[in-house]
Design a protein around this ligand. Sequence first.
Ligand code: PEP
Ligand code: NA
Ligand code: MN
Length: 611
Amino acid sequence: MKVQDLKHAGLKKWVDEAVALMTPDSVEVCEGGQSEYDRMIDITVKAGLATKLAKKPNSYLFRSDPSDVARVENRTYIASKSESDAGPTNNWVDPAKLKETMTGLYKGSMKGRTMYVIPFSMGPVGSDIAKIGIEITDSPYVVANMHIMTRVGTKVLDVLGSNGFYVPCYHSVGKPLAAGEKDNGKWPCAPMDDKYISHFPDTREIWSYGSGYGGNALLGKKCLALRIASVLARDEGWLAEHMLILKLTNPSGEVKYVTGAFPSACGKTNLAMLIPTLPGWKVETVGDDIAWMKPGADGRLYAINPEAGFFGVAPGTNNDSNFNAMEAAAKNTIFTNCGLTEDGDIWWEQIGHGAPGKTVIDWKGQTKPAPQTDKSPKGEEIAHPNARFTAPAKQCPCIAKEWEDPKGVPISAFLFGGRRPSTIPLVNQAKSWIHGVFMGSITGSEVTAAVISDQVGQVRRDPFAMLPFCGYHMGDYFKHWINIGKKADADGKADKLPKIFFVNWFRKDAEGKFMWPGYGENSRVLAWVFDRCDGKDNCVETPIGNLPKPGTIDAPKGVSDAVMKELCSVDIEGWKKEIADVRKNHYPKFGDRMPKELYDELDAIEKRLGV
Ligand code: PEP
Ligand code: NA
Ligand code: MN
């Protein structure tokens, strides 16, 4: 489709301005559909950027530049008009200055390339909860990934109409081509110091430059669906959260929907697709990364998954850890920075088996001996540790039939969790909404020896798993959560809000061994949560919240009653330290915008602990 055929005058003007600035050789408005997807892939194959996999139908492997393998948080900006609105935990630059710098970078940045204008919907097209974005990009890799991760094309323009709201998103890889120059197998991107992932919350704009990688370039995901959407949600009275959404069915066929927020590397995708070990229970997937939730007329929160695909971490994914993800990525999938086997398949660390044949090609394109096992020494990985698969959600064997319901699904429970080798019990229900907000606000993972040595043992807090993704001041974000509870109270509908739980699959014993097997066994905790939502008599009140009554969570094989007891009890001394850490090191980070209600909560817990 041509730019002059766009019916939305504001959109047409915006595209014309981008064309004048970025001077692409040609411009194309994406219409969606398989043939467009195939054409994008074909362009990348011809440019030497993608390899067709012999072993997986319609699937391709890309290798990025070694500098362009992950989100770049120190190049990510929240450029609100006032610095204080971005808050102390975001990088802030004056929006006018940032636009001046980036306009300089965008000038001529698409020379030698095609500009693609991608109309996309976050959420089912036309859903009341969905939002439209338009991404301008010079990357056919981005177009193909957006086809999988979002709903793309003319159907979105039809909903947008001639004056609808959309979030304008600029993206350029920042590698213009000279006359006759081709990519020739070299992933195009700009040097690190020229990369910018910029958000303008006041004007709801996204400007991304210099990176072709997922979270930096597929602008519907972290940039729109979390950073900009969090601001829209604050202003409009809903929630845009870094949460999985799962459907839980008990043996009687009763259904509840649960969301969960976990920092990166806590197994969120695995939990969303879990295969229960508990007989008769069923878990199905609505989403694995992001939930948008709006209060319905009945006072319940209705959630949609704004995405249409999974952008999952490949290493560690195997038939045991996540069979459903392996199936979802068995065809029509884009792989990035995985290893390539001699027989034309992908390979990664902990895929469950060694690589066939004599050699493999690693993520940097180097030929290496084929690993006999599925492990590699640190630093010598065949797949980059952040290698990814982009797979259509509809290919997931456990996708819930209502995953695209435009009304969303009513949520019964929120889970918060992190990697906490000590102190935090297996599961703990908040006493109230505000206590649950407190739990969300102290979420985090303990730093292990594998990460940064001078911080070992310290908890790196990632409140609500939103620290890298909140488009405004975290203190105001906590306040927004508190206000959702206050509004429900005022409406007499507080009991309709989801119940809030803190979970921890990662407790370790004195020998450093995991005490809880995790994965499918987590269904035991989900079952307890399900019953708790129904008000079943399965808990005991403690100073830190409602813990499982002994015997209400069946121990998995290999977990003794003594271990179960320890997992489900209050570590008073540990909690005193926890609270002291929050008071001294965590809450002060948010300065004077830290809501008083959360300090009150801290006081109340201290009192209950007998400090
Ligand atoms: C990303 O890095 O693009 C991404 C999706 O991040 P995460 O896996 O942390 O959600
Ligand atoms: Na940041
Ligand atoms: Mn995520």
